[in-house]
Design a protein around this ligand. Structure first.
Ligand SMILES: Nc1ncnc2c1ncn2[C@@H]1O[C@H](COP(=O)(O)OP(=O)(O)OP(=O)(O)O)[C@@H](O)[C@H]1O
Ligand SMILES: [Mg+2]
Length: 357
């Protein structure tokens, strides 16, 4: 796939801008707080219908304005598509694709394939389990519409169960009925996560070895209470733990507790790895994510690289530049010195919410 053109109006610190992308590196260069990440965010919003920086949609509207628009034109399987996101202050968000309103975002996620890599991404290696789950779920959702729907349904059940657990009188029968539904969702989610992690690991092994001259071996282990359980065993497990849920007034078991462990040469890298090892592991995971999406969807994802060149040493920058040579990428940076001798690049300067070539 290829992004052709982005138009934004009243988005973050931009009034009105229009960008035509090239099918190579699109580099946004500028000092801090000029609007580089905002460009990445606007593209991400077209892919997922929401921001990764805020849960409050209205924050993206320019401070003194009432509404904002994002429009992205892209090419996929030789057809031209247009996605428009309109938002006004009373929080009415409308997304259309080729002029037709998207009612369920699950119908659209996975159409614009992106892999995003920003300084915050290091949390995947170093941060809490939720960051790793979000990483895996983002890949799973882009790979499968039904995964996203099942995940949403599971989260609705979980929310309801947690409300029931906070009541003075616990309606156990109702919770057992919820467990029945949840066990079905858990089975599907765990199987899909397990499969996806397997594919990710296969790709990651080769990337990590080439990034480290064969010195480092990566392993990824999926941690879940439900691996290899059937639906009835999952239901029983949930029922058996209900007494703890009641004591804690919250669900203690479920796929919302899953995690992945990442090892380098059999050592848990998030806990014991050096800064360089953590960054290498992250770069490996992101490129493996890219390759899994590329293979499974038979399409070329877009790489969104936000301010990561300053995080990487020259060996890794060179590896990354060589890697992205054949793909389309959107890169932001404060220092563009790394682009000498790079072909197929368009450089745009970002200055206080304005762009210039
Ligand atoms: N709703 C908004 N309205 C107006 N300006 C906003 C809004 N939201 C954020 N901004 C401003 O947008 C500016 C640019 O943000 P952005 O994160 O894109 O900067 P950046 O160029 O990526 O900087 P850095 O190099 O520090 O990461 C910031 O100064 C921020 O205060
Ligand atoms: Mg930024």
């Amino acid at each position: 796939m290829k992004l052709n053109e982005l138009k934004i109006k009243n988005f973050r610190n931009y009034n009105e801008e229009h960008i035509e992308f090239i099918n190579g590196i699109n580099l946004f260069v500028g000092n801090n707080a000029q609007g580089k990440t905002n460009i990445i965010e606007s593209i991400y919003m077209c892919a997922f219908g929401k921001s990764y920086r805020t849960t409050k949609d209205t924050e993206i509207i320019k401070f003194d304005k009432e509404f904002c628009n994002i429009e992205l034109n892209y090419e996929k399987n030789n057809t031209f598509n247009n996605i428009k996101l309109n938002l006004n202050k009373i929080n009415k968000k409308e997304i259309t694709k080729n002029g037709i309103k998207i009612n369920k975002i699950s119908d659209h996620v996975g159409d614009i394939l992106v892999v995003i890599f920003s300084p915050d991404s290091l949390d995947i290696v170093k941060g809490a389990p939720g960051k790793r789950r979000a990483f895996i779920d983002m890949i799973c959702c882009q790979l499968s519409k039904s995964y996203l729907i099942i995940h949403q349904e599971y989260m609705k059940c979980l929310k309801l169960k947690n409300i029931l657990l906070k009541k003075d009188i616990i309606d156990k029968e109702y919770i057992y009925v919820l467990h029945e539904k949840m066990s079905d969702y858990i089975l599907k989610i765990v199987n899909f996560r397990n499969q996806t992690i397997g594919k990710l690991l296969e790709k990651a092994k080769n990337i990590e070895l080439s990034l480290t001259d064969g010195k480092e071996n990566i392993d990824i282990e999926y941690i879940s209470d439900f691996i290899n359980l059937n639906k009835y065993e999952i239901k029983k497990y949930l029922d058996d733990h209900l007494y703890i849920d009641i004591l804690r007034k919250s669900s203690v078991k479920g796929i919302q507790r899953d995690d992945i462990n990442i090892y380098i040469n059999n050592m848990e890298v998030g806990k014991y790895g050096s800064q360089g090892q953590n960054r290498t592991a992250l770069l490996t995971l992101k490129l493996a994510d890219f390759e899994v999406l590329k293979d499974e969807k038979e399409d070329r994802p877009i790489l969104l690289l936000d301010d990561i060149m300053s995080e990487l040493d020259s060996t890794r920058i060179n590896y990354l530049l060589k890697y992205i040579e054949n793909y389309q990428s959107i890169i932001t940076t404060t220092d563009s010195s790394f682009v000498e001798n790079v072909d197929n690049i368009q450089i745009l300067k970002v200055l206080n919410g304005r762009l210039e070539k």
